[in-house]
Write a protein that binds this ligand. Structure first.
Ligand code: EPU
Length: 339
C-alpha cells in the first residue's frame, strides 16, 4: 500500500479548491482499512475518508492527517426472490455505474438517483436523494469498520438515523464508522406514478406513458444534464445548500414576504422551502461573488469560476446565506462536508 505525501486536495475534490493532505493512500480491501486506521491512530494522525470528492470542500490549510481514498469494489447478489433482489456493493464502486447495473437488471429503487457523481459508500452519509428517491428507501444495511471498537459492524437502516440529507455518519457519529459496503434491496416492479413533479413534467412533455427503470434513468439524466453543470468542466458540488426546513408558525410570515413562495408539506409538522428559489429571490442567481458563480440555471449550485481559495468560496457562501437571512429570516445551510 503506497502512502503519498503533500497531495493537493483540489485535485481530488470537484470544487477544485483547498490545500494539501499531509498523507494520502488508497484502500482496496476491508483489511487495508483496518491496517491504515490502526497505523494512523498509533501516530495520532487524524483520518478522513474520501470517495469521489463530489460532496466535500477542502479548506486552504489542508488536512494534517491521512486521507484514505475508498476503492473497495464489489457487486454481489446476496438474495433473490419473486419480488426483489438484494445486492451488496463495495463502498468504492462508482455510484452511477452501480445505478446503471441495477437498471440493466430491470430493478427499481435507485433509477432516479442516476447521474449523481461519487461513490456507493458515500451515498448513505448524506442520504443521497433526487427525483423522489433517497438511498434510505432501499438501503437494507451496511458494513462499516467501527473505529471506536476496532471491529466491523453491520448497521441496519434504522441504525443509520436517516432524514433529509442527513445520517449519523455526518451527525453525532461523524468519523466513527468507515463504510466498506452497502446492501440494497431493489424491487422487480416497474416504476409507478406518482412521480416527482419535474419528472412527471418531463414525461408529459415527451408524451411518455410507459415507465421502465431505463426510461426513468434516461429522463433523470436528461433533466440533470440541463440543470446541473458537469463537474469535470465547471467545478461544483451539485447542490451547495440544503433546502430549508421551516415550521408552521413561520409560514404566514414567509407568505407575507412573497405570496408565491413554494412550500412542500413534509407531513411531520415541517415544511420544505426550496433554497434555489430563496436565493433567486435575493437577485443573486447568475451573479459572481469572489470568483464563485451562482449557477444561472439553478441557484442552489455554486460554480468555482475563478476563486483562488476556499476563503473566496466561504466569503461567497456567507454573503448568500446573509442575503437569504435578511430577506426571509431563514438560515440556510451548506450541504457538502468539509475536510
Ligand atoms: N427553484 C427556483 N430557482 C432555482 C432553483 C430551484 O425557483 O434557481 C425552484 C424550482 O422551480 C422548484 C423548486 O425550487 O419549484 C425545487 O427545485 P428542484 O426540483 O430542481 O430541486 P432542488 O430543490 O433544487 C433537490 C436536490 C437535488 C435533486 C433535486 C431533484 C437538495 C439540496 N437538492 O434540488 O440534489 O437533484 O432536488 O430531486 O435537496 C444535490 O444534492 O447535489 C442535488 C442536485
Amino acid at each position: 500500500m503506497d502512502i503519498h505525501t503533500n497531495i493537493p486536495l483540489k485535485n481530488f475534490t470537484t470544487m477544485k479548491l483547498g490545500g494539501n493532505a499531509r498523507f494520502m493512500t488508497e484502500v482496496h480491501t476491508p483489511e487495508e482499512v483496518v491496517a491504515v486506521y490502526r497505523n494512523a491512530k498509533a501516530q495520532s494522525l487524524p483520518v478522513f475518508i474520501l470517495g469521489g470528492g463530489s460532496n466535500v470542500i477542502a479548506k486552504d490549510e489542508g488536512f494534517a492527517g491521512i486521507v484514505i481514498r475508498m476503492r473497495i469494489l464489489g457487486f454481489e447478489i446476496i438474495a433473490d426472490d419473486l419480488n426483489s433482489t438484494t445486492i451488496r456493493i463495495g463502498a468504492g464502486e462508482n455510484w452511477d455505474e452501480t445505478v446503471k447495473r441495477t437498471v440493466d437488471m430491470h430493478l427499481s429503487g435507485i433509477e432516479a438517483l442516476s447521474a449523481i457523481p461519487g461513490t456507493a459508500g458515500a451515498s448513505p452519509v448524506q442520504n443521497v436523494g433526487a427525483y423522489g428517491q433517497e438511498i434510505a428507501d432501499t438501503l437494507e444495511s451496511l458494513v462499516a469498520y467501527d473505529t471506536e471498537n476496532d471491529t466491523f459492524v453491520t448497521l441496519q437502516k434504522a441504525d443509520c438515523g436517516f432524514s433529509y440529507r442527513h445520517s449519523i455518519f455526518r451527525g453525532n457519529q461523524t468519523g466513527r464508522y468507515i463504510i466498506t459496503s452497502i446492501t440494497l434491496t431493489l424491487s422487480k416492479t416497474n416504476p409507478q406514478p406518482p412521480f416527482y413533479k419535474a419528472l412527471q413534467a418531463y414525461f408529459d412533455e415527451h408524451s411518455i406513458g410507459i415507465f421502465t427503470q431505463d426510461i426513468v434513468r434516461k429522463a433523470v439524466i436528461d433533466i440533470r444534464t440541463n440543470k446541473l453543470p458537469d463537474p469535470d468542466v465547471f467545478p461544483n458540488t451539485g447542490s451547495f445548500f440544503k433546502n430549508a426546513i421551516v415550521e408552521d408558525w413561520q409560514l404566514d410570515d414567509l407568505r407575507s414576504i412573497n405570496p408565491d413562495i413554494p412550500i412542500y408539506d413534509m407531513g411531520d409538522g415541517h415544511f420544505k422551502v426550496p433554497t434555489g428559489w430563496l436565493i433567486e429571490q435575493t437577485g443573486l442567481k447568475g451573479k459572481v461573488l469572489h470568483g464563485i458563480k451562482i449557477h444561472d440555471k439553478n441557484a442552489l449550485v455554486l460554480i468555482n469560476e475563478s476563486a483562488a481559495s476556499y476563503r473566496d468560496l466561504a466569503d461567497a457562501r456567507d454573503e448568500i446565506i446573509g442575503a437569504v437571512r435578511d430577506k426571509f429570516k431563514i438560515q440556510i445551510e451548506q450541504e457538502p462536508l468539509e475536510i
